[in-house]
Design a protein around this ligand. Structure first.
Ligand code: ADE
Ligand code: ZN
Length: 367
């Protein structure tokens, strides 16, 4: 909860989320429960070979999540945790737990990543994962009024040919004609440059499948440029390096391009701090994004690991920057415009945002 008068407004504000990994919402409680149910051995809580004291208890694991040294350190825990997910019911439970939290924070539309290769290496089929998450999405829409898009991510630390084979499997199963709304690229960023993924992204484009890609999280701004040029990515996940001081020759031209082509950055402030891409939320380039007119959304990335869901990210920014109701209204509307939902759905959420912002700008004197 932020310490400002705007907190109830931020809670009520209708939100769109575009950057959250469903496996990254696996809370330690559910992780231990599913591991016990499925007979999955987590690392022993001893300090010796193969052991990790972080697995001694839920509290110890949470504490460890507060001390990531960077993206790869986090990913080690992320991949271990998802080994507890085995059958379609596990994925449905995971998805529903996320959608319920999101609904409680007034998320109206969510675009959700999943990592099938991290499951297929353990013998869990693509169909098991997709069907489990699909069941959760249907219930979320029916019971909570949240619409969603499911985005299949390819792991960039695995051979590109495996990513192409996964895409072909999903395409040939007909998943892109309803259940899947696009592809993404995630996992360790360096040293896996966008150039490795031209075949995958070319195949997706040829099949009329939407494309996003993580870039410029830990990697250089040039990875963002290359994701646009070489992969024809339609939006960029993180893209933080395009707005941070660095190589101004790259970032100035890139910023102009992002603005002109209305390419959305899906940004994740609490993730950036936990993964040490930023020292503190105060270093998040929010003012620059607003001043330059970059289209962006604020997201939770891996909420079970980074200290909060979407509202906690909004609150952290509010504590650091003290925005007005009207500035938040414009952020929320920018997120709607960058969403991969129908124009009709966008218009509905737009109206909901206007109603809430209208009400609160009167109550708060547009602080
Ligand atoms: N997979 C889950 N979270 C990620 C992140 N922040 N960056 C890259 N890959 C991820
Ligand atoms: Zn991510």
């Amino acid at each position: 909860m932020c310490q400002t008068a705007l907190h109830p407004f931020l809670e009520a504000l209708p939100k769109c989320e575009h950057h959250m990994h469903i496996e990254g919402s696996l809370e330690p409680e559910l992780l231990f429960e599913l591991a016990a149910k499925n007979g999955i051995a987590l690392p022993a809580p001893s300090a010796g070979e193969g052991g990790d004291p972080a697995y001694a208890s839920i509290d110890a694991l949470r504490k460890r999540y507060e001390a990531f040294t960077g993206l790869d350190d986090f990913l080690g825990y992320y991949y271990i945790a998802m080994s507890a997910l085995v059958d379609a019911a596990d994925f449905e439970r995971l998805g529903l737990a996320y959608f319920r939290k999101a609904a409680a924070q007034n998320v109206r539309h969510a675009e959700v990543f999943f990592d099938p290769q991290a499951h297929s290496v353990r013998g869990v089929k693509l169909s098991t994962v997709v069907e489990g998450i699909q069941a959760a999405r249907e219930r979320a829409e029916r019971e909570l009024g949240i619409t969603s898009v499911l985005i299949m991510c390819v792991l960039r630390h695995l051979p590109p040919a495996e990513g192409v084979a996964l895409f072909e499997e999903a395409r040939d199963a007909g998943y892109f004609s309803g259940m899947l709304g696009g592809i993404g690229l995630d996992s360790s960023e360096k040293p896996f440059p966008p150039a490795l993924w031209t075949e995958l992204y070319g195949a997706a484009k040829a099949a009329g499948v939407r494309r996003t890609a993580h870039a410029g999280e830990e990697g250089p701004a040039q990875y963002i440029v290359d994701s646009l040029d070489m992969l024809d990515a339609q939006r960029i996940d993180h893209g933080l390096r395009s707005v941070l001081a660095g190589d101004e020759r790259v970032t100035e031209a890139l910023l102009e391009r992002l603005v002109e082509q209305k390419i959305m950055l899906t940004l994740c402030p609490l993730s950036n701090v936990r993964l040490r891409c930023l020292e503190s939320v105060r270093d998040f380039p929010l003012r620059k994004l607003l001043d330059r007119g970059v289209r962006f959304s604020i997201n939770s990335d891996d909420p079970a690991y980074f200290g909060g869901y979407i509202l906690e990210n909004y609150c952290a920014l509010q504590d650091a920057f003290g925005l007005s109701v009207r500035e938040w209204e414009s952020i929320a509307k920018g997120a709607v415009m960058g969403s991969w939902c129908s124009d009709r759905r966008k218009a509905e959420i737009f109206m909901e945002i206007e109603a809430v912002a209208g009400e609160w700008s009167v109550g708060l004197g547009d602080q």
